[in-house]
Design a protein around this ligand. Structure first.
Ligand code: BTN
Length: 264
């Protein structure tokens, strides 16, 4: 499979090309780890690393992220947040909106979001994971450095995974060329991040809820060990990106942490 050609990508990004600085690698440990190292050395906002293969791809909650080179698109984007760090809540949900909307605009149907930022594909009554988002923050004298890592399954992963998984090819055939796909996602991300820089998650809340797989559905919230912590009805999210769960004790505000949700 050919590497991403940064020049072709630039062409496809059109007027937004100047916002990105793309490096395509055959292999690295993790595009997030590599970009965090480069961020520490002063890489600019808009730096992107896309890799064909990761030897130590990472997922949320310390999990590893396995993917085979031909079957997925893996990249990370560095975004330097110069605004108030207290307003960073909701960023990971904002990134989910950008990704789900970009895929929808390309014609993929049934792409939706599970709080906080899993990208799922609706399959009848059930849902399967289509993409994962890993956001890592660090700060230095220049401000807050945000590394946004995305792993998108182009084809359904062959290996057995703890969670049902899906590939974009199930809803978008023929698949767009990887350059067109990456350009569409980056363009969507930059627009959403620009909005986020001004208004925080506030202006994106309704768009997130429009994509929310389980809006109004009864769910169980479980802790790190899988034990049920709370049950309730998903009433959406607030302007900080906290999940609002209607329980017998009233509406509870759930902030992202070592928690996972499943349909009751
Ligand atoms: C999740 O657990 O759902 C998040 C998975 C994120 C995987 C992507 S692949 C590109 C980037 N580099 C990594 O090491 N992880 C993210």
């Amino acid at each position: 499979m050919p590497l991403i050609d940064p020049l072709l990508l630039k062409k496809l990004l059109g007027p937004l090309a100047g916002r990105f600085d793309v490096d395509a690698l055959v292999e690295c440990d993790s595009t997030n780890s590599e970009l965090m190292r480069r961020a520490a050395q002063g890489a600019p906002s808009g730096a992107v690393i896309v890799a064909d293969q990761q030897s130590a791809g990472r997922g949320r909650r310390g999990r590893s992220w396995l993917s085979s080179p031909d079957d997925s698109l893996m990249f990370s984007l560095l975004w330097r947040h110069t605004g108030d760090p207290a307003r960073i809540g909701g960023l990971s949900l904002a990134v989910g909106v950008a990704l789900a909307e970009a895929l929808g605009a390309l014609g993929a149907q049934g792409v939706c979001l599970k709080w906080p930022n899993d990208v799922l594909l609706r399959q009848g009554q059930s849902f399967a994971k289509l993409a994962g988002i890993l956001i890592e923050l660090s700060s230095d004298r220049r401000g807050l450095q945000v590394v946004i890592g995305i792993g998108l399954n182009l084809y359904k992963p062959a290996q057995a995974l703890p969670q049902a998984s899906a590939g974009l090819s199930e809803v978008l055939m023929p698949l767009p060329d990887r350059h067109a796909l990456l350009a569409a996602i980056l363009a969507s991300l930059v627009v959403v991040l620009d909005d986020f820089a001004v208004d925080g998650f506030c202006g994106l809340k309704t768009r997130w809820e429009r994509c929310h797989a389980w809006q109004g559905r009864q769910v169980d919230l479980s802790g790190g060990e899988g034990e049920a912590v709370l049950s309730g009805r998903c009433a959406g999210v607030d302007q900080d990106g906290a999940l609002l769960l209607e329980t017998a004790q009233g509406v509870q505000r759930i902030l992202a942490g070592d928690l996972s949700l499943r349909l009751a």
